[in-house]
Design a binder for this molecule. Sequence first.
Ligand SMILES: O=C[C@H](O)[C@H](O)[C@H](O)COP(=O)(O)O
Length: 231
Amino acid sequence: MTAQGTNRDAWKRAASEAAASLVEDGMLVGLGTGSTAAFFIRALAKRMQEGLHIAGTISSSLASQELAQSFGIPVTTFEANPTLDLYIDGADEIDPQLNLIKGGGGALLREKIVASASRRFVVVADHLKLVERLGQSFALPIEVVPFATPLVKRQLTDLGANVQLRSKGETPFITDNQNMILDCTFAQGISDPAALDERLHHIVGIVETGLFLGMARQVLIGGPNGVQTLP
Ligand SMILES: O=C[C@H](O)[C@H](O)[C@H](O)COP(=O)(O)O
């Protein structure tokens, strides 16, 4: 791993450990997806070994659920517990209003479902995820029903996006929900995320977008000077 990669992992781990200290006895906790969320799951497992008792977790991906279960972290369902106390997850980009792009790992739909079912959503990230404008350096992932993918791709192109079907080797990437992902870049980034999100939700075949607007309550940012809390 490069020195930059090592630093980023250390920053992600520090933010995730700070987030683990927000978990209290009896809480229902949402578990995110990705490398930063995996650090959080490990930090949560460590706190549980030290005596923390949580009521249960719901994961935003099968991978995170498997990781949690491998540490003996209890799992629950929305049938049993429709509201979670706290959701901790990473992000791909974070703007000054704490709006996010998520879905780099393809888990955006379940992540948005878990975020919407949680009283408090706290993001954990390293400082390189902070941007002035969303879409500046990361493509916006959009989850699409496979049958509609060619039609949606045309409509996104008409909106000015450069659109790539996400693939895994030679085959399309398939989400936990059996859908596909279209990664969209915009030449100038995304100037009005709310307007874009509104338009995207009117395209038939789009299941969900990776724009998380007004959802994150707080962001814990790891960097060379420690962990910073926003706002
Ligand atoms: O679908 C994946 C998620 O939105 C991740 O939270 C996001 O891609 C950040 O991942 P990482 O922590 O690996 O940078």
